[in-house]
Design a protein around this ligand. Structure first.
Ligand SMILES: [Fe+2]
Length: 203
């Protein structure tokens, strides 16, 4: 019997928001951008909101909150095998990137789970993927001359995994997972990649 151990479960799913709900959320977030300089975290360029989008200050997001909560409970049920009552603290922020903007490697330590909800992905976007880094050490230790000659790649020999997001998709991943976001190009220099990122911890 073969057991896969040391796995890093990453959920990727349709968020369940309609295009109209995504567009409405984008409009609201663009309004926040117009009213504040934002802050710089992992983003290089782009606009990063301040505060918590899931606080009572922002009650415009019932569909988005429902989508995020549903994905988190789906993950907890499937990965942790837990389906009981659980109170989750939720924090969220938006990153609005333009062509050329990107996010440097980081993780969301001191949380349980993190994720990203893609509200707007430019049509024909080249690049703009989120890249996850394999957290295991010494992954290249098998690389002997014999293995190089065989040209066989063990399945663990992928130091990164790239996820090309689509509009309306949601990701949930362990908060310790290092990741970054590639810059992108597209024909429309004004086209925006708008993501709501979130953290959750058990209350
Ligand atoms: Fe992140």
């Amino acid at each position: 019997m073969l057991n896969h151990v040391f796995t890093t479960p990453i959920l990727r799913d349709k968020a369940g928001m309609t295009p109209e709900q995504c567009a409405e959320a984008c409009k609201y977030l663009l309004g926040l951008r117009a009213a504040s300089p934002g802050e710089t975290k992992s983003n290089r360029g782009g606009w990063h909101s301040t505060g918590n989008l899931f606080s009572p200050d922002h009650t415009q997001f019932p569909a988005m909150r429902a989508a995020v909560t549903s994905a988190l409970f789906g993950y907890i049920g499937e990965v942790f095998g837990y389906s009981g009552e659980i109170a989750l603290a939720l924090t969220g922020w938006t990153v609005i990137n333009r062509p050329g903007d990107y996010n440097v490697p980081h993780n969301h330590a001191a949380n349980l789970l993190s994720g990203a909800l893609y509200l707007s992905v430019p049509e024909g976007m080249k690049g703009g993927a989120i890249i996850f880094q394999d957290p295991r050490l010494n992954l290249n230790a098998h690389e002997t001359e014999g293995m190089r000659r065989l040209k066989v790649k063990p399945p663990w020999m992928n130091p990164t995994v790239s996820v090309q997001p689509s509009e309306g998709e949601i990701l949930v991943f362990p908060s310790w997972a290092n990741h970054w976001v590639e810059p992108y190009e597209c024909d429309d220099p004004e086209a925006l990649r708008i993501v709501v990122s979130f953290n959750t911890a058990v209350n």
